[in-house]
Design a protein around this ligand. Structure first.
Ligand SMILES: [Zn+2]
Length: 121
């Protein structure tokens, strides 16, 4: 799958981490997760919001099958959402989890909540 070039930082970005950011009037830009979060933080006047990228994590389910989870962090006004999802052929598929926290909260704490949700069903 071809990476998409972020319109802000010009870095190649995997498709599932690209956000169309903008408005009907002003047009849309394709931003990577980091640039999207920085733009959202600026617009919301959030000081000190830090985009945290997570490395993919491998987990083994109750049947002994390996699952590799990718992470995506999105700032959306009142909170920050972290998605954990599996990729199949480059697209999100399979298990998917989301936790919502405060923008100034600890992202690692959110991540711990995802793993708790994952392992307890
Ligand atoms: Zn970018």
């Amino acid at each position: 799958m071809q990476p998409i070039i972020c319109d802000a930082c010009r870095q190649p970005t995997v498709a599932h981490d690209v956000v169309n950011y903008g408005s009907m009037e002003g047009g849309y830009r394709q931003l990577c997760g980091r640039c999207f979060n920085e733009a959202a933080a600026n617009r919301l006047g959030l000081q000190g919001f830090e985009h945290v990228g997570f490395e993919p994590v491998c987990m083994i389910d109750a049947r002994g099958i390996e699952h590799e989870f990718q992470f995506r962090t999105r700032l959306f006004g009142p909170g920050v959402a972290i998605d954990a999802f599996e990729l199949r052929d480059g697209s999100p598929a399979g298990y998917e989890f989301q936790v919502i926290g405060k923008p100034d909260g600890d992202p690692l704490e959110l991540l711990a909540r995802i793993f708790h949700a994952t392992t307890t069903g």
